[in-house]
Design a protein around this ligand. Structure first.
Ligand SMILES: Cc1cc2nc3c(=O)[nH]c(=O)nc-3n(C[C@H](O)[C@H](O)[C@H](O)COP(=O)(O)OP(=O)(O)OC[C@H]3O[C@@H](n4cnc5c(N)ncnc54)[C@H](O)[C@@H]3O)c2cc1C
Length: 394
């Protein structure tokens, strides 16, 4: 790795206030990511098979425990430490990174808003290595989730779930799925939004389809049908009136993790591109000696440094319990994902024709980067969130 880049990384990585125990764990995750996850990434991308080998290795480190409180089988660490792990895994294999990060996205609302009984019953299996999924999107409700039509109907001690969700990461492999829907009988489309946990193998829960995707080919993205799926009322996390605030809070907490994932992809592309331009010669010179190439690399390095610094700024807000960090999280998600797309596209360009060939990782990274601009709120939606936060209100 170029000395300048190494120094940049070292100084930025020193920013978050991590404990010695956290730094040790991140080192173990980095080792696992580089020695086991990264070498398998191309094969998983080609086959599209779910990377159970990586999940097993991640669970070998007990990594889910870091976001589950001790009382429910976890060994909690800071949000900054979690983001650092997401970035390491995603740099090695973006599909594996998002599979692991999604566990947190789905269970954070249970940790923050679940009852004691729910936490004692549901969280230990995630702490022990279970997978989780977060189901919001529907065929007719993407950017505007308030148009979802999945229904929750109370029936004695149960809730009957009917409807369908689309594009659900981990949806076919998850032990727990956090599902958002509308409470039957509540007329207001925002107020009606509620949330409950559907456990694996519930009768009436069916996987309709696994999507064939451009990137993240090994992570599974599925369409789910809920055909009068009976869920114990004890699994209700948020009833009418409480579901939408919970959904928005959940997204605020998962978006920085999407940014950490995008930055992992960006780092991988930058490292490959720098290695290549430092060894490839044309016209008797190393490619990096052309000033036009240096200017491009300088712009990319500047953007990477600033995005990563902002990552730790937002992590600090979460770790210190800031109440409202939505616009900051949106700024981070927007810029990190745009950088991942730009970085990977430029990396392919810097490799010339070789960048277009599957033997080189940058080809995969460019395909993996695109979704980061789309999921967890498209970047248009994030511009909207940031813009609206700037309107002066009386
Ligand atoms: C691989 C993959 C994994 C996913 N994982 C999950 C998951 O685990 N759980 C889950 O719930 N969802 C998941 N999603 C869904 C994802 O979050 C949505 O695709 C995304 O929110 C966009 O919704 P949509 O696809 O319906 O696009 P639409 O909302 O139909 O948007 C289409 C276009 O219109 C633009 N647009 C829409 N509204 C506005 C507006 N107000 N102003 C300006 N432009 C606008 C959008 O930016 C976009 O460019 C996943 C999707 C994919 C592809």
């Amino acid at each position: 790795m170029a000395r300048g880049l190494m120094r940049l990384y070292e100084r930025i990585d020193a920013v978050p206030a991590l404990s010695a125990e956290e730094r040790q764990l991140i080192d173990s995750v980095r080792l696992l990511a580089r020695e086991r996850v990264m070498p398998r990434a191309a094969a998983h991308d080609r086959s599209g098979e779910f990377p159970w080998d990586n999940v097993r290795d991640i669970n070998g480190l007990g990594l889910n425990q870091m976001f589950v409180p001790e009382a429910y089988g976890g060994a909690p660490l800071s949000y900054a430490a979690y983001l650092a792990c997401v970035r390491e895994l995603s740099q090695a294999c973006a599909a594996t990174g998002i599979i692991w990060a999604t566990n947190f996205h789905a269970v954070a609302p249970v940790i923050d808003h679940g009852s004691e009984e729910q936490k004692h019953r549901l969280l230990p299996r995630i702490a022990a290595g279970g997978l989780a999924a977060l189901a919001i999107t529907e065929p007719e409700a993407g950017s505007d989730a308030t148009h979802m039509t999945t229904r929750f109907t109370a029936e004695g001690d149960d809730i009957i779930v009917s409807g369908g969700k689309t594009f659900i990461t981990n949806g076919d492999v998850a032990d727990l799925i956090l599902v958002f829907g509308k409470w039957t009988g509540s007329a207001d489309r925002r107020q009606a939004i509620s949330a409950l946990i559907v456990e694996k193998d519930r009768p009436g829960l069916r996987v309709l389809r696994r999507e064939d995707k451009m990137g993240h080919r090994a992570s599974s993205t599925v369409a789910l049908a809920f055909e009068d799926c009976v869920v114990p009322r004890a699994n209700l996390l948020a009833g009418p009136g409480a579901g939408l605030p919970l959904l928005l809070a959940a997204l605020n907490k998962s978006r920085p993790s999407i940014a950490a994932h995008a930055l992992g992809i960006a780092r991988a592309a930058f490292e490959d591109a720098l290695a290549y331009v430092n060894e490839r010669r044309q016209s008797g010179r190393l490619i990096i000696e052309f000033q036009g190439i240096q200017f491009l690399l300088a712009d990319l390095a500047a953007e990477l440094a600033l995005c990563e610094r902002w990552l730790w700024h937002v992590a600090g807000l979460v770790d210190t319990g800031a109440a409202d960090f939505g616009p900051e999280a949106s700024i981070l998600k927007l810029r990190a994902s745009d950088l991942a797309m730009r970085m990977t596209t430029e990396a392919v360009q810097l490799f010339g024709g070789y960048g277009y060939i599957k033997d080189n990782r940058v080809e995969r990274l460019m395909r993996d980067a695109k979704i980061t601009q789309i999921w967890e709120g498209t970047n248009q939606i994030h511009r909207r969130i940031i813009g609206r936060s700037l309107i002066a209100r009386a």
